[in-house]
Write a protein that binds this ligand. Structure first.
Ligand code: ARG
Length: 572
């Protein structure tokens, strides 16, 4: 049991209260002078008929009589402050870490989760359309959320709900047949498809009959007519090949690429059900579900021409997913501009009394804006994720040149790793619903709250360990109770907070909660690293103990970053 739990246990015995209830009351004091844990006594005033400061004094006296793992128990105003015995604290942290080296300190996995399926739907780009920085947000945030869930022991299914269906494909087929260039399609499929698609819209403005022809292509596609189906299939395949290049680079994979088209033949059954339950009403020729009681506008199910829409496919997908996985949660990582859409979809499920209504979550995120940041893009207005990655890697490489990097043969690989990490970190650093005003200087500041800063701290810790030439066996024997200096104690406390941060991050669908804890850990470690001698510590026991701290820091940082989808580099 760690010192926090021991203290909570002690408090609960003295107060005759449930430990869980105590753990909800205790606080981490804002300043170290106020101890390592604090118990506010306001809430006991009523039943005890005493002022909180008097209660605090009383409790401090009773508790300190029994606390040998605590250095000091002190009443301060209405609080009881607890000061851990630092030597005992250090030992307990290392013991806990050794008990499960590839987990966070104090990690407990609820075995019940091994039967609970969490679906995380993310990325979901549209085929034949550019993969832009907005899809980057969903892809990177979603990957982190999926990894955080998996770490907590859930069965996670990663779903990519491709936008591969809809009337726009009729237009694309029209446009391709009219102006498509075979060679360009082979070379840069999405670029070529975008080119003809844009041209369609430019010309159709003056020639509305083009829309009718396009609608006919889509109708034929739905019927599975060979010409249309083959083209659509080819566009889909080529687009997926391009997306795969990006996913490989980000080291992200999916369990399913069932996109919107997958649900097309499953929609009629759902429409029938809605109709049978009397939920479909006609409105201006369309079939809709009224959602007044949810304070939402009606959800269109079938347009006046009888074709389905985006929402119909999302509703159908929930039916399919519920049947296939009997899921615990179904989580959508999609921009906040689609909030209303998901509210409608979930409300329709609720109205239907679907058993999984209430188990679907829209995890929204903001926008990444480049303002007037210098950027060369290949495709006009939208910024492609690939261009963003390329440009970042290029700039990292330049910074490495300026800094006199000496591992020339590994330079490209390291620049790529740092660049990818830097891009990912941008999406994970702040609360996800905030819009991000992007800046190059800030993103690549090796001393700021950035991926390069974190990776550098990791590489530096590894380099100290290499220089020391100690083995894991030697480190395991270290007298870690010697780590009682302020900065050492602070690093240990920070390490112990990763576990709770990872839990809070998953519950709030907010990887930034873990990100912030990582940043404060690395700040604490840097203070330790700068203020004490490690390799040159005079006492060999102390030297070894400090090396053990470097090693624990490095392994926990690597684990924490890996849950965000960020890979470390051993040297930089
Ligand atoms: N394809 C859509 C887009 O690019 C995102 C799909 C989101 N997922 C969903 N189930 N509707 O905007």
């Amino acid at each position: 049991m760690n010192l926090k739990d021991q203290t909570i246990d002690l408090i609960s015995r003295v107060l005759k209260m449930d430990p869980v209830a105590v753990s909800e009351i205790v606080e981490t004091p804002p300043q170290p002078e106020l101890g390592d844990l604090a118990l506010p006594c306001f809430r006991f005033a009523k039943q005890e008929h005493k002022a909180p400061p008097l209660i605090a004094q009383d409790l401090a006296r009773q508790i300190s009589a029994q606390a040998n793992h605590l250095a000091k128990v002190e009443a301060k105003g209405p609080y009881v402050n607890f000061f851990y015995d630092r030597a005992a604290y250090a030992s307990s942290i290392f013991q806990a870490a050794q008990a499960q080296p590839d987990r966070f300190i104090g990690h407990l996995c609820d075995p019940a989760r091994a039967d609970q399926v969490v679906l995380v739907e993310y990325s979901s780009p549209n085929i034949a359309k550019p993969f832009h920085v907005g899809h980057g947000f969903s892809t990177i945030l979603g990957d982190a959320i999926a990894k955080l869930y998996a770490y907590q022991g859930y069965i996670v299914k990663r779903l990519n709900h491709l936008g591969d269906y809809g009337t726009q494909f009729g237009r694309l087929i029209y446009a391709w047949l009219a102006w498509g260039d075979e060679k360009a399609l082979e070379e840069e499929p999405i670029k070529e498809l975008t080119r003809v698609y844009v041209k369609f819209h430019q010309l159709a403005e003056d020639k509305p009959e083009m829309y009718d022809a396009a609608r006919d292509h889509f109708r034929r596609l739905e019927l599975g007519e060979e010409l249309e189906y083959k083209l659509w299939e080819r566009f889909r395949k080529l687009s997926l090949q391009e997306f795969a290049r990006i996913y490989d680079r980000l080291n992200i994979a999916f369990d399913s690429y069932n996109g919107e088209s997958f649900y097309s033949d499953k929609m009629p059954a759902v429409v029938d059900l809605l109709r049978a339950q009397g939920l479909l009403v006609e409105s201006q020729g369309a079939q809709v579900v009224m959602l007044d009681e949810y304070h939402l506008t009606p959800c269109i199910i079938l347009k006046s021409d009888g074709s389905s829409i985006y929402a119909t496919r999302d509703i159908t997908a929930i039916f399919y997913r519920a049947k296939t996985w009997d899921y615990y949660r179904n989580v959508y990582i999609v921009g906040k501009e689609q909030t209303h859409h998901f509210q409608q979809v979930f409300a329709v499920l609720d109205k239907l009394g679907h058993p999984k209504a209430g188990k679907n979550y829209h995890v929204a995120f903001g926008r990444l804006s480049f303002g007037d940041q210098d950027f060369s893009t290949r495709s006009g207005k939208v910024i492609l994720l690939e261009d963003f990655l390329d440009e970042t890697v290029k700039r990292v490489s330049e910074i490495m040149d300026e800094g006199g990097f000496d591992l020339a043969d590994q330079k490209d690989a390291i620049a790529e790793a740092i660049g990818v990490a830097a891009v990912k970190f941008i999406y994970l650093r702040a609360g996800r619903e905030h819009d991000i005003a992007f800046s190059w200087d800030e993103m690549l500041d090796f001393a700021g709250d950035t991926a390069p800063y974190l990776l550098y701290a990791y590489a530096r810790a590894q380099s100290v360990l290499r220089k020391a030439g100690v083995t894991q066996e030697e480190l395991a024997q270290a007298k870690t109770e010697l780590l009682t200096e302020d900065t050492e104690f602070q690093v240990l406390k920070s390490l112990a907070q990763l576990e709770q941060a990872s839990i809070d991050a998953v519950e709030a669908y907010e990887p930034s909660i873990l990100t912030r804890q990582i940043i404060s850990l690395v700040r604490d470690y840097s203070r330790f690293y700068q203020s004490v001698s490690i390799l040159r510590a005079e006492d060999p026991d102390l030297r070894l103990a400090r090396l053990a701290l470097c090693s624990l820091f490095a392994s926990q940082l690597k684990l924490a970053l890996s849950l965000l989808g960020i890979e470390v580099v051993e040297r930089m």
